[in-house]
Design a protein around this ligand. Structure first.
Ligand SMILES: *[C@@H]1O[C@H](CO)[C@@H](O)[C@H](O)[C@H]1NC(C)=O
Ligand SMILES: *[C@@H]1O[C@H](CO)[C@@H](O)[C@H](O)[C@H]1NC(C)=O
Ligand SMILES: *[C@@H]1O[C@H](CO)[C@@H](O)[C@H](O)[C@H]1NC(C)=O
Ligand SMILES: *[C@@H]1O[C@H](CO)[C@@H](O)[C@H](O)[C@H]1NC(C)=O
Ligand SMILES: *[C@@H]1O[C@H](CO)[C@@H](O)[C@H](O)[C@H]1NC(C)=O
Ligand SMILES: *[C@@H]1O[C@H](CO)[C@@H](O)[C@H](O)[C@H]1NC(C)=O
Ligand SMILES: *[C@@H]1O[C@H](CO)[C@@H](O)[C@H](O)[C@H]1NC(C)=O
Length: 251
């Protein structure tokens, strides 16, 4: 456990995010489609960039990594998520090496982004940005899995902010999930007091969203449902906010 806290301790000031602000991050890249409606920016170094560099326990050169960070940190000041899934702690024998790699990548990233910008790891079970993707049409399965991730993280340190990654497509066959299921997930996310918001992902990767998926993603009902949800959440048209934290991210 302590290894991940060590890594996370290098991340910037985060405590202030808790409770007051509830951020919904738009980390989608569907063609001609962005969520808007006060969702907030996020920077992301995808697995297809990080994995090949680190697979097998390798570390890119400082220069190479810093150039990658600068290339992907398109919204300076907003959180940066590192998605490096090949160096998670799956084996005691590689844990020390992988920790060293995670620490180096995080430290080098911090050296080229604005001071105070949050850096988090995607998908590590003890991270800011755990996964809350959908594998079945069962909302209770999804909710139980979310609650279990939250319990793991808060047991380690209940002051760390948690922004789960969501995705309006099924993880197994990439079809868009039924809009009622998506709306229920959104409601659960904003009523769970342990969460500081969440990230909406999708469309980054041709393997999970091909040309026809890309071209039609913006016409699928998840988009309108998400925008309606956000207008209520942030009181966009009626001034009655359910949560604060709309597109005004600041540290
Ligand atoms: C852990 O890594 C060692 C050395 O590479 C390997 O022999 C062992 O099978 C691995 N264990 C698991 C559970 O993957
Ligand atoms: C995709 O998977 C989900 C969950 O298993 C299932 O409910 C749905 O029918 C599948 N859709 C297609 C198009 O295969
Ligand atoms: C999801 O889990 C939370 C926390 O345990 C619970 O309060 C809520 O009722 C659950 N919602 C659904 C729809 O299962
Ligand atoms: C929890 O995280 C905060 C913020 O990084 C840190 O200041 C604090 O020492 C941590 N607490 C424990 C018990 O590790
Ligand atoms: C694109 O993806 C959809 C949904 O996953 C699939 O039904 C379709 O066959 C794919 N089209 C091509 C050209 O691969
Ligand atoms: C995206 O928008 C551009 C400019 O309006 C247009 O040329 C292109 O065909 C659109 N792509 C899709 C997949 O709708
Ligand atoms: C968009 O979503 C809202 C709320 O769910 C619904 O009332 C409205 O009819 C939807 N509009 C369209 C065009 O689907």
């Amino acid at each position: 456990m302590s290894f991940i806290l060590k890594v996370l301790s290098a991340a910037a000031v985060v405590g202030a995010a808790r409770a007051s602000n509830f951020h919904v991050f738009d980390n989608t890249a569907y063609t001609n489609t962005s969520i808007g409606y006060q969702s907030t920016n996020i920077n992301w170094i995808p697995a297809y960039v990080c994995n090949p560099l680190t697979k097998g326990g390798f570390l890119p050169s400082v220069t190479e990594w810093k150039n990658i960070v600068l290339e992907w940190n398109v919204y300076p000041g907003y959180p940066l998520v590192l998605d490096c899934e090949d160096i998670y702690f799956t084996n005691e024998s590689t844990a020390d090496l992988y920790l060293e790699i995670l620490s180096s990548l995080q430290t080098w990233a911090a050296e080229v982004i604005p001071p105070g910008q949050i850096i988090g790891w995607y998908g590590l079970s003890h991270a800011f940005f755990p996964s809350a993707y959908t594998f079945s049409s069962s909302i209770s399965t999804w909710n139980n899995s979310l609650n279990s991730v939250i319990n793991t993280i808060t047991a380690i340190n209940d002051t760390l902010p948690i922004w789960p990654y969501t995705w309006p497509q099924y993880h197994n066959n990439y079809s868009f999930i039924p809009v009622e299921l998506w709306e229920t997930e959104l409601e659960i996310l904003s009523s769970n007091s342990h969460l500081d918001g969440f990230v909406i992902w999708g469309g980054k990767n041709y393997a999970v969203c091909n040309d026809s998926c890309q071209a039609t993603a913006g016409q699928q009902p998840w988009l309108n449902a998400t925008r309606s949800y956000l207008s209520n959440l942030y009181g966009i048209y009626n001034g009655k906010l359910q949560k604060t934290g709309a597109q005004i991210f600041s540290l």
